[in-house]
Design a protein around this ligand. Sequence first.
Ligand SMILES: Cc1cc2nc3c(=O)[nH]c(=O)nc-3n(C[C@H](O)[C@H](O)[C@H](O)COP(=O)(O)OP(=O)(O)OC[C@H]3O[C@@H](n4cnc5c(N)ncnc54)[C@H](O)[C@@H]3O)c2cc1C
Length: 397
Amino acid sequence: MKTLVIIGGGASGFFLGANIKSENWKVIILEQAKHPLQKVKISGGGRCNVTNACFNPKELVKSYPRGSKELLSVFSCFQPADTLEWFAQRNIRLKTEDDNRVFPETDSSQTIIDALLHAARENGVQIHYETPVTGILKDSEKFEIKTTHRTYQTDALVVAAGSSSKIWEIISGLGHTIVPPVPSLFTFNCKNDILTDLQGISFPKAELLIPQFKLKESGSLLITHWGLSGPAILKLSSRGAREAAFSDYNFTLRINWVSEKFDHVKENLSQHRSAHPKKSIYSLKLYDIPQRFWKNMLQTLEIKEKTLSDLGKTESNKIAETLTNSQLQITGKSTFKEEFVTAGGVDLKEIDFRTMQSKLIPDLYFAGEVLNIDALTGGFNLQACWSEAFVISRQFK
Ligand SMILES: Cc1cc2nc3c(=O)[nH]c(=O)nc-3n(C[C@H](O)[C@H](O)[C@H](O)COP(=O)(O)OP(=O)(O)OC[C@H]3O[C@@H](n4cnc5c(N)ncnc54)[C@H](O)[C@@H]3O)c2cc1C
């Protein structure tokens, strides 16, 4: 019987163990922690957003700023529909929320952990906890895996150790290129008078642009205590993770708060002026803009209380310009609900995505966050782990 060692008892490591049922392979998971699947435990705020109900691989890959091209073949082999089926076969009921995120019906990540543990144990996978890997050597035949208290010989090796700098250092020692890790999925820090005391206010249809990075996003924008958050910001942070890190999180963000053209806003103002000339500019309701934001904006533009008929052309222009093209200086980043992933990891050029095997070292495989693959929020990161692990499992029959 041959031996397969999996480094890392996280989402990808366990899904792999849960899918290898073989009389030819003895499977051992080496996990440095006392308990398995700790990230799955806290995922989705403890509810585990297990996948996303996007069933077209070509659509699905658009949610991966890094890895989209490579994952197409992986998702053609195992995609969210397969994830749903996999859990259904194990009597785990999943539910899809309005935004396509999929959770266990229990709303508890423990349900997912229990299912993975059960399936891995049923397959006879050995799990060695408190076993941190400290080195990997490869001779012509086998791998030698050094841990703090013993050495393992293995015929094949899967590295599923997440975003671990120690493991990246070891892999780099084996000859693989590591794309330097940077955080992804964060919110933007920004101090600007227009945002003062507006935390909690959201704009459902904002358009965002970072000219310096040539990046655009649209969607819901949320004002927070420290700056800006919401789905549109998280998408920008993910797509621009590397550029943002390079700028040391200092860049200009342009915001169209209402997704309207400058001329349209001016036209709208002028129609209100004709219809209600005696109305106060401070009580005007334009595009459902929250009243507190409208007031902040007028004060920032130094427009005093006056009737619409007294509003000058320059002032109208300033309002239209602010609503359609505010320029805010971003000065840093903050964590989003403790959820973050790492952009960076093993260079994708060095992996054969038909098998997830290293192109440099035979019998060495990678899955999960250890690779330079990451996604937007919505269950996509875990789906990549499930799919990559499944592809590997087919090599061990
Ligand atoms: C707070 C939070 C919430 C999240 N929520 C979601 C969500 O709801 N949906 C979603 O899709 N994604 C979510 N993510 C992202 C998702 O959890 C990760 O992408 C996924 O867990 C990565 O799985 P992995 O197997 O690659 O790595 P991990 O789950 O990190 O597992 C790697 C394992 O390897 C072990 N290890 C590391 N080094 C060694 C070593 N030297 N020796 C032995 N073992 C080692 C670690 O202890 C760990 O157990 C969330 C992330 C965070 C931080």
